[in-house]
Design a protein around this ligand. Structure first.
Ligand SMILES: [Zn+2]
Ligand SMILES: [Zn+2]
Length: 865
């Protein structure tokens, strides 16, 4: 134990945090594959390596670290891996920006190398923040999705699902972002409210209303409701498309809304999901008017090469000059946009790769998982229920996991690599055997790559040791922590893939965290200027304060507003706790405590009861991930119960050096030891600093979770009484303008039963305290009257003085129950309400005393002379 006079007066978080960061060993957080302990494997989210670990990540990781540390203390073999989800467009765009190139200026391999290099640099930077935040990461289980050992597994999972029928290739309409030049999945479509124009034009005598005139070249049919009398003559007819001149059939479908526009609609391939539905239903032709770059194709004739927007303007102008544009109206519309770049998505029919979605088996697995908070399961259910299309997993990008497939040039047969040869890039290498169908030796490698979610949705398989053979050794993981914004993607895809590859649920539990909002209550964004960077908080207040904010900001699962005030309050708590710690250390140093000393004083027993209750409450909260509840209970115990109540009560005893001092010492050290352990998951630096000073250099992080219990019902009740009485008298001192340590003379406490306080009350109040069980014998006398001039003034004006004289003449009984009226200079006048209050004094054994009541306890006090 460090001598208490060597302990700094102030807690210097910067010095302490840096020192421990340099002392702790990574090995202490490694998952032990040979351990007998129960496993607790965490499927940590792999963040995108942007270079900045943002505040939302920080919140998510704080939650993870709270329970990772807690579970370790509870005796679990914990795996807290760290992954990095590297592939994808944002890095490609960044590389283009930084190198002033476009992806087509260099070879695919060179472009990938540049992406890898940038990603590695960013990961290095983010690892540093993770370490500063004191996350107890298992660095022996780090994975990086762009590395061969990871994306080899992604490819293996692809081949397995191809083999068992979950993955197929097909030409099918998909959501497509023409800016990103790639197909995207439904989960990646964001919806935005926009205003557009509804254009009414003449389609060979039928009025059509459309928001997408640029798709006229892709028109494949007109549709009307079968019972719409206006159009029964059109039945079975063909119509000529204006401007383009090709003929299209008129179809009838009950899904057409006769009340919308003219009641006739044109079907294009493809304006929206409904078009896709009709196109399939009625077996219509396919006309591709827009290409992958968002440009008009050759079927658009004169408009070929224009962007969709240019084409729209041109067609409307042409309609006008042809005199077929009847009118235009404003229309509010929800538009599907690319979640990354906000470009409105097009629906293009393309040859793509798909994962078959089987809603029933995903529902079943989702229901076998325990969801925290429970209502998040509803979101998953809703998403599964509305699933219409399979998951499009092919992307037309570069920095991603290659699809490990070739096609025979001669017979189009699909060739897959041997699993032992993975990973492969089919655009760089050729199969090592001839085509099994035709014997050909010429192959085309698949140039499409995989959706990034194909990488990240096997994170749990990777960390549990999947090698392609059935169920991995540590599967399922115990918990998946993640944000609610990726339930439709990461959670959904992970469940789908686990079921497809192992036949089982991926985790026992899922813990869903909320989003972090700016101090103004809005989503953080550059344009609002309300972004808070974790590094800034770390610099000003340290990791422990930031971690406390994360725990206390909101109930787990709720969105949480960032607040500097909360961070400041957290750092204040550390200051206060440090003062308590120093006090405890000084006391323990004076005379070593004896673990076997009997605890007799009421205050001591009471504190142990409170401590036991707190430990129970904190443990219960930790078990169900209610970090705000847990930390609040710890704070209240430390601040209110221990510092404000107990130490104030026991201080005098500790200074006197009598026998029961030892009992107080034991209690103090028990309480403080427990506090350190309970704080260890939340404020690992601070808890370590306190614990190590009290325990000759031992680390709190290798201690078990606190298991202390203490049951003493009498101490709970009497102790509460004791604490309330002391607080009451202290308040009385304060209200009477006395210093808290001012001597008070004789204090008599009339309580239902006598209390053995070992003299604590007297020392704390600096008074001669007597506990009595008999009833107080008090005589009460009115010694003064306090007049309310705000009432009397306006009511009596010049007669105010006379009124007060009249009141003073009333009998004590009348003063206590004022009459309705009073005689004033010969006139009966009304006594206004609240005009005066009598002031009482009490006489006890012939001496004037002050009295306060605490519940049904009466306390009398004689002010010392
Ligand atoms: Zn996009
Ligand atoms: Zn062949």
């Amino acid at each position: 134990m460090v001598s208490s006079d060597q302990l700094p007066k102030n807690y210097d978080f910067a010095e302490v945090e840096e020192r421990w960061r340099g002392t702790w060993r990574d090995e202490d957080h490694y998952f032990d594959r040979n351990s007998e302990k129960p496993q607790f494997v965490i499927d940590t989210p792999p963040p995108y390596p942007t270079g900045n670990f943002h505040i939302g990540n920080a919140l998510n990781w704080c939650y993870i670290d709270f329970f990772a540390r807690y579970k370790r203390m509870k005796g679990f073999n914990v795996m807290f891996p760290q992954g990095w989800d590297c592939h994808g467009l944002p890095t490609e765009v960044k590389v283009e920006e930084l190198n002033h190139i476009t992806k087509n200026d260099v070879s695919r391999e060179e472009f990938r190398r540049m992406c890898r290099e940038l990603t590695e640099k960013n990961i290095t930077q983010m690892r540093l923040t993770l370490r500063k935040m004191a996350f107890s990461t298992d660095w022996s289980n780090e994975y990086i999705t762009m590395m061969p050992d990871y994306y080899g597994k992604t490819q293996l999972s692809f081949l397995r699902m191809l083999k068992n029928g979950y993955i197929y290739q097909s030409e099918h309409p998909v959501n497509y972002c023409s800016r990103c030049e790639t197909a995207i999945a439904f989960a990646e479509v964001a919806y935005e409210d926009r205003e557009t124009q509804l254009n009414y034009f003449d389609f060979g005598g039928v009025e059509i209303a459309t928001t997408r005139p640029e798709l006229l070249a892709a028109c494949v049919a007109l549709a009307v409701h079968p019972e719409d009398g206006r159009y029964h003559l059109l039945k079975g007819r063909k119509m000529k498309v204006p401007i383009f001149g090709h003929e299209v059939p008129v179809i009838q479908d009950t899904a057409v809304d006769p009340a919308f526009g003219s009641g006739a609609v044109m079907i294009c391939t493809f304006g929206d999901k409904q078009d896709v539905h009709w196109w399939k239903q009625h077996n219509l032709a396919l006309r591709k008017a827009i290409d992958r770059q968002g440009k008009m194709t050759e079927i658009a004739d004169a408009y070929r090469g224009m962007t969709a927007a240019e084409c729209r303007t041109a067609i409307l102008a042409d309609m006008k000059s042809l005199n077929i544009l009847n009118r235009q109206e404003r229309l509010a519309q929800r538009v599907g946009t690319c979640w990354r770049c906000k470009t409105p998505i097009e629906i293009l029919s393309e040859r793509q790769w798909f994962v078959r979605i089987k809603p029933d088996e995903i529902q079943e697995a989702a229901h076998q998982i325990t969801w925290y908070p429970e209502h998040m399961l509803r979101r998953m259910e809703n998403w599964i229920e509305q699933m219409e299309w399979d998951w499009c997993i092919s992307r037309q990008r570069i920095f991603a996991t290659p699809i490990p497939v070739w096609f025979c040039k001669k017979c189009r047969e699909m060739i897959t690599p041997d699993e032992k040869d993975l990973p492969v890039d089919p655009t760089l290498v050729q199969p090592d055997h001839a085509c099994p169908k035709c014997g050909g030796n010429d192959f085309i490698g698949e140039a499409d790559v995989l959706d990034t979610w194909m990488d990240s949705s096997i994170s749990v398989l990777k960390v549990t040791g999947w090698d392609g053979k059935g169920v991995p050794p540590f599967f399922p993981a115990q918990i998946r922590p993640q944000g609610h914004d990726i339930i439709r993607t990461w959670a959904f895809y992970t469940i789908l893939r686990s079921v497809a590859l192992t036949g089982q649920k991926p985790w026992d539990e899922i813990l869903v965290n909320g989003m972090v909002l700016g101090e103004d209550g809005f989503k953080m964004s550059k344009s609002r200027g309300n972004i808070i960077v974790p590094e800034e908080i770390l610099l000003k207040y340290g990791a422990d304060a930031l971690r406390q904010w994360a725990a206390m900001g909101a109930a787990t699962g709720s969105d949480i507003m960032f607040s500097w005030n909360d961070v400041v309050a957290a750092s204040r708590l550390q200051t206060k706790m440090w003062n308590i710690a120093r006090f405890v250390m000084i006391q323990l140093e004076k005379e070593g405590f004896d673990k076997n000393v009997p605890v007799t004083a009421l205050a001591d027993r009471w504190l142990l009861v409170q401590l036991s209750d707190t430990i129970q409450a904190v443990s219960d909260a930790m078990e169900c991930y209610q970090f705000d509840v847990a930390l609040k209970a710890i704070r209240e115990f430390a601040w209110d119960t221990l510092a404000d109540n107990y130490i104030e009560l026991a201080k005098g005893r500790l200074y006197t050096g009598n026998e029961s001092r030892k009992s107080a010492l034991l209690v103090l050290s028990t309480a403080f030891d427990s506090l350190c352990r309970m704080l260890a998951p939340f404020t690992p630096y601070f808890a370590e600093e306190c614990y190590t000073n009290l325990n000759k250099g031992a680390s709190v992080h290798s201690q078990p979770w606190v298991s202390f219990t203490y049951d003493d019902e009498a101490a709970r009740n009497e102790g509460n009484l004791l604490v309330q009485v002391v607080a009451g008298v202290r308040k009385y001192k304060h209200d009477s303008g006395l210093a808290l340590n001012a001597p008070l003379g004789k204090v008599t406490i009339y309580a239902p039963h006598t209390v053995n306080d070992e003299g604590d009350t007297g020392r704390t109040l600096n008074a001669d305290v007597h506990w009595r069980t008999e009833e107080a014998q008090l005589d009460r006398a009115i010694t003064d009257i306090s007049f309310n001039r705000a009432v009397i003034g306006p009511a009596f004006r010049k007669q105010a003085q006379a009124f007060m004289t009249a009141v003073r003449a009333l009998s004590p009984d009348q003063l206590e129950n004022p009459p309705k009226s009073i005689l004033l200079e010969g006139n009966e006048v009304e006594v206004p309400e609240n005009a005066f209050t009598p002031k009482f004094s009490y006489i006890e054994e012939g001496a004037k005393v002050d009295v306060i009541t605490v519940g049904d306890v009466i306390v009398t006090m004689v002010k010392s002379a």
